[in-house]
Write a protein that binds this ligand. Structure first.
Ligand code: AMP
Ligand code: MG
Length: 300
């Protein structure tokens, strides 16, 4: 599958030979860290204007992207049969395009996860060298929550993810955008049906490729003066956060994001000792097992 720009010119993958060497750009610095990106976009049981509890994943799609070229390598989809609310609401079918027969013929979540693992292996993706990419944080949190209440083991690569909203915002400065608006704003043609999981994942993969391509072209422009060595270290410390220098310089880091791309949380040391009363900022992606990343910053 190719990604089309709105002028219908086919996407040209970046030259694989130009891989690496982009420490100040978050996606491109990750092309050295990872061989593949796996873009996922789950669909789940839902109802109009009310919450279904517990919500369950009903479509499990993924698109594999070559982290060196931005090329779309392979795709995967399985429908998942919901256990707690087996009948889809009319609203859910209308929103996602998923029919009752498709989930009736679906597998359970454990099987879907196992098949996804097998697909990754068959596509040649090394699980230790891939990063999950999603539009927002909902998908990985949904998987975490469902695996947790169903007592399922979740593959470790789903523990961390790249929230594509963060590099999109850095590139376009745009605040709240849904996926379709973001794709169009990036000059790409939307393809398929919004809220069809596989179409959402393909469009997200195209947006990822486009953001990688833009970073490549920034790299090829004349370089700005080298930053001070101390600042370079700070940027590398916070790859997901383009405003990190401002955060360090100012007393308020509340508008910053941690490495996971989630807004940081501020707190005060309460434990008696020399640091008691000091303010700090840490990972906003807090889970019952602790923070999802190692972001930590003392307030100025
Ligand atoms: P998305 O990836 O945006 O297609 O949405 C993922 C899931 O979020 C859907 O499968 C629904 O379960 C839920 N969802 C999205 N939009 C709505 C909506 N307008 N009302 C209720 N649930 C929604
Ligand atoms: Mg979707």
């Amino acid at each position: 599958m190719r990604c089309l720009s709105s002028s219908a010119a086919p996407f040209q993958p970046a030259d694989p030979a130009s891989r690496g060497g982009m420490a100040s750009q978050q996606l491109s610095s990750r092309t050295r860290e990872f061989d593949h990106f796996v873009v996922v976009d789950f669909e789940a049981t839902c109802e109009r204007n009310s919450k279904i509890y517990p919500q369950e994943i009903i479509e499990f799609p993924a698109v594999l992207v070559d982290a060196a070229t931005g090329g779309l390598v392979a795709s995967f989809r399985t429908y998942v049969k919901p256990h707690h609310h087996p009948r889809l609401t009319a609203f859910c079918s209308e929103l996602t395009g998923i029919q009752q027969e498709q989930v009736d013929g679906g597998v359970d979540l454990a099987t879907a996860l196992a098949r996804h693992d097998e697909w990754l292996a068959a596509a040649g993706a090394d699980k230790n060298r891939l990063a999950v990419v999603t539009w927002g944080d909902w998908d990985c949190r949904m998987l975490e929550s469902e695996c947790s209440f169903k007592g399922l083991a979740k593959p470790a690569y789903f523990n961390r993810w790249i929230n594509l909203r963060i590099p999109f915002k850095a590139a376009f400065g745009a605040e709240r955008r849904n996926l379709q608006e973001a794709v169009r704003e990036a000059g790409l043609q939307w393809s398929g049906r919004l809220h069809c999981g596989l179409d959402d994942a393909r469009n997200t993969a195209c947006l990822l490729s486009e953001l990688m391509r833009r970073e490549e072209s920034i790299k090829k422009e004349p370089s700005p003066p080298e930053p001070e060595p101390e600042l370079q270290v700070q940027q590398q410390l916070s790859p997901a956060n383009q405003n990190f220098r401002w955060c360090v310089g100012g007393a308020a880091a509340t508008d910053c994001c941690c490495y996971c791309g989630v807004a940081v949380i501020g707190d005060v040391v309460k434990t008696p000792g020399p640091m008691q009363g000091r303010c700090f900022f840490s990972c906003g992606n807090w889970t019952p097992l602790g923070p999802m990343c190692s972001f930590f910053l003392w307030a100025a």
